[in-house]
Write a protein that binds this ligand. Structure first.
Ligand code: IMP
Length: 446
């Protein structure tokens, strides 16, 4: 087995710019793989001023020679996938090489309803989910008897039997949950019982549309590794949203660190040679949960405006703040990154001073580790270092020496703190608006 694969890993609460880096690195790989999450992700790629937002299809789709794989660990929303595939085709791109795991679990309509009801019941304690039914789908995967997988779409008899069992349970479960809601909220949800025949018809149609893409993707990937092909694993969401190590329960429902690759794609952990950690030059978060460096002031507003920080999936305004390097070092350790890609550096242009968080105090005492308890994360006080900002427009810089000294110092500060070299600095949304460091060029040539 070759050890020639690369992993793109976020280092924050998602939205770090993984789509852009995947798109840049895809041409020197044979396959690009999504292995966790689902339609909650939104990976934006901008080419020649044209923006494409990908939710379930890997960001390698812009490159005709790359096979794009949606692996077993993804939870798949068929309706959303088919719509996304249509948009991709309309953009003139080919989907011939798309492959879809028969083991990927299906997000069903009840998952979104269950999520909506639970979030409404949780009130202020809600997770602030993207509403895509991701958590309930992964819950059913763990519960097993109430789960459906892509492979079921191709077996009408088995699908009918499973649906008959599951629909009974879901209708009853949702009706009881609805009873806990106040009448106006119940009316808003406007729940109609699921009918096996209607669902069966719809799912079999999905099966017809998708069947030519379906296969056992773990087999495909292991074959590719045997043949010495290079795979790029495209992480989704972000490790501070990791089910195990994120700010639980304000997190998503999958393993979002590099640890998710092996299980989510069915490949040996050792196949990954290089892990690139992606961080923006500042931090953002969408949804509920603690965010120590959040700036609920003009700083946050300015970052949001300049960085166009609105959810690629939900359109929600993202919460913005100074770069939390303390949390970033924690996630860099979790994924064992080799390099850093520093995104959205241009967004910080115009700040006279830039703060960066290098530690936390809890109850007045400096702490060594990122806390496990979200209440502690909410209670910490960030320890900041203040660095000089720059005023020059850096979007046309293509070499590190063209950057103003203060921007170079900022980049070096991040590199030194994390102890990992920066391989790429992004200075605009387009694929070409970036500075490559020699390591990236070596990596792409390898
Ligand atoms: P869920 O994954 O839809 O259940 O959402 C759980 C939490 O993770 C919410 O706070 C979401 O806003 C957040 N989240 C999930 N996926 C992403 C993402 O791709 N980017 C940013 N936040 C995300």
């Amino acid at each position: 087995m070759g050890r020639s694969s690369t992993a793109i890993q976020g280092l924050g609460w998602g939205d770090e710019g993984k789509g852009k880096v995947t798109d840049i690195l895809a041409p020197c790989h044979d396959l690009v793989v999504r292995y966790q999450g689902g339609a909650n992700a939104g990976h934006t790629v901008v080419v020649a001023g044209k923006k494409i937002v990908l939710h379930q299809v890997p960001s390698g789709v812009l490159h005709p020679n790359v096979t794009c794989v949606i692996a077993n660990g993804v939870v798949l929303d068929c309706t959303a996938l088919i719509a996304e595939m249509q948009e991709i085709k309309l953009a003139g791109l080919s989907l011939d090489s798309l492959r879809l795991s028969d083991q990927a679990h299906l997000v069903m309509p009840w998952h979104k309803v269950e999520e909506r009801i639970l979030e409404a019941l949780a009130g202020d304690g809600k997770v602030g989910s993207t509403g895509r039914g991701i958590g309930p789908c992964y819950s059913d995967k763990a519960r097993r008897l109430t789960a459906l997988r892509v492979g079921d779409l191709l077996k009408p008899q088995i699908l009918k039997a499973k649906l008959t069992f599951i629909v009974r349970i879901k209708n009853s479960l949702i009706r009881s949950l609805l009873r806990l809601l106040p009448p106006e909220a119940r009316t808003e949800i406007n729940f109609q019982s699921y009918r096996v025949n209607n669902l069966l018809k719809e799912l079999l149609q999905f099966g017809e549309i998708l069947k030519s893409y379906v296969c056992k993707t773990s087999h495909l990937l292991n074959q590719a590794l045997k043949e010495g092909k290079r795979i790029l694993f495209e992480g989704a969401n972000g490790p501070l949203l990791d089910l195990e190590h994120g700010t639980f329960p304000f997190c998503t429902s999958s393993t979002t660190s590099a640890a998710g690759i092996a299980a989510g794609a069915g490949v040996p952990p050792r196949c990954v040679r290089t892990i690139i950690g992606i961080t923006k030059a500042y931090s953002t978060r969408v949804g509920g949960g603690p965010f120590p460096t959040e700036q609920n002031n003009w700083v946050g507003l300015r970052i949001r405006k300049r960085g166009k920080e609105f959810g690629a999936t939900t359109g929600r305004p993202r919460r913005c703040g100074w770069l939390d390097l303390f949390a970033t070092r924690y996630t860099a350790t979790l994924s064992g990154i080799d390099f850093v890609a520093l995104m959205h550096l241009d967004v910080l242009t115009g700040f006279r001073k830039i703060k960066v968080c290098v530690g936390y105090t809890l109850n007045g005492v400096e702490i060594e580790e990122f806390p496990s308890d979200p209440d502690d994360v909410a209670a910490v006080k960030p320890v900041y270092v203040t660095l000089p900002g720059w005023s020059e427009d850096i979007s046309s810089c293509r070499d590190v020496n063209q950057l103003p000294q203060a921007a170079r110092d900022y980049l070096h500060f991040i590199q030194d703190y994390l102890g990992k070299p920066v391989v790429l600095a992004s200075v605009g949304s387009d694929r070409t608006e970036r500075i490559d460091f020699w390591q990236l060029t070596e990596l792409m040539a390898a």
